[in-house]
Design a protein around this ligand. Sequence first.
Ligand SMILES: NC(=O)c1ccc[n+]([C@@H]2O[C@H](COP(=O)([O-])OP(=O)(O)OC[C@H]3O[C@@H](n4cnc5c(N)ncnc54)[C@H](O)[C@@H]3O)[C@@H](O)[C@H]2O)c1
Length: 413
Amino acid sequence: MRVGIVGLGYVGLPLAVAFAAAGAEVVAVDVDGRRTEAIAAGRSHVEDVSDDALAAVLPRLASTTDYAQLAGVDAVLICVPTPLSPNREPDLGPLLDCARELGGVLAAGQLVVLESTTYPGTTREQVAPLLERGGLRAGVDFHLAFSPERVDPGRTDFTLANTPKVVGGLTEACGDRAEALYRMVCDEVVRVGTPESAELTKLLENIFRAVNIALVNELALLTDRMGIDIWEVIEAASTKPYGFMRFEPGPGMGGHCLPVDPFYLAWRAREFDMPLEFIELAGKLNQQMPYHCVAKLQRILNERGLAVRGARIALLGVAYKPNVGDVRESPAVKIIELLRELGADVVYHDSHVAELEGLQLRSLALEEALAGADLALIVTAHAGIDYDAIAAGGAAVFDLRGVTGAAAGVTRL
Ligand SMILES: NC(=O)c1ccc[n+]([C@@H]2O[C@H](COP(=O)([O-])OP(=O)(O)OC[C@H]3O[C@@H](n4cnc5c(N)ncnc54)[C@H](O)[C@@H]3O)[C@@H](O)[C@H]2O)c1
């Protein structure tokens, strides 16, 4: 089996390594030559793939910027980014570039699977026509399917192997072909009838999270005013053995998925005279959270007779979620910008993020970050830090993640 993977990021590289580990010959394509060179040299830029794991499969993994290398593979999996444009509309640029390039090298009998998250209709309406430009017909001369990536970076209990893989083929035969391919690396494949169902499945999963996070965030805004401890309420509600699922408030949503994907559907839905209010409302509430956090931080300093201007604020954790180094859309970045606008002296500690390039900040050692800080702000609670010890240290602590107990001097979101 020869498998091509296009886009070697958080999704594509683990997939390439998994197929190579399962015995496939992998051709891994990326437009970023530095990335393909690093991979060829055995250096992984993705935390879920260790250099050792990459080195072990290098004899079966060829990385290149040249799409022509995909000519002889049995299947190509597309894992390129699907971001939003600056005015928050789907930006299919990378995906359409990729489909155009693939259309030039596609051979009869190949299977193409889109893994990038996108709105229902993309595979059939956008990708298929570009692949067909060479004269081959989707579902007839080559197979085409959509299968959403469900990887949760940093997670070790659910991996590619034991997370069921949803597959929707353009035809039954397309689905069969994709299912057989994924059985090489996944224990369970879940078939749906069309690519559109598979595309919407992924969006439903992410919208479900975005909306529920927004719900607890809105309640956190209310409990702040009412003087109720939201964390105690969530803890108590979580004891219900059925009908409740725990979501936690926080400084806002980050990463490539939750702040982005729901808006792909909201955009598409407008074409059907259907404004999706849950999605827009969730987005609005979640985007408000960094502002709320900074306003509450101002109140905490105020109670201590301090102004934000000139205060030294030490952020603990700037990645968008625990135990990863990804800062895409991280609320920490917005919080730093807001604090700086108010004149704060901001430093940070994050063992996963050495540098915040755009903000000209470098991670300090934990003790160095906390030394002389007027307030420690726990934005992302990575493992390996004793938060209770920090809380007991005497400095003001503002905990946005509910990881500290009710120590004196600690305020929780
Ligand atoms: N990161 C996640 O946790 C996650 C989870 C599930 C789904 N997804 C989805 O998977 C897709 C990829 O996400 P990611 O996080 O891996 O992105 P990423 O930015 O980490 O990696 C994308 C890679 O694609 C390359 N690329 C861009 N345009 C290209 C082109 N035309 N041809 C070849 N390579 C190209 C980039 O150089 C980059 O290396 C997105 O649609 C995302 O929504 C991501």
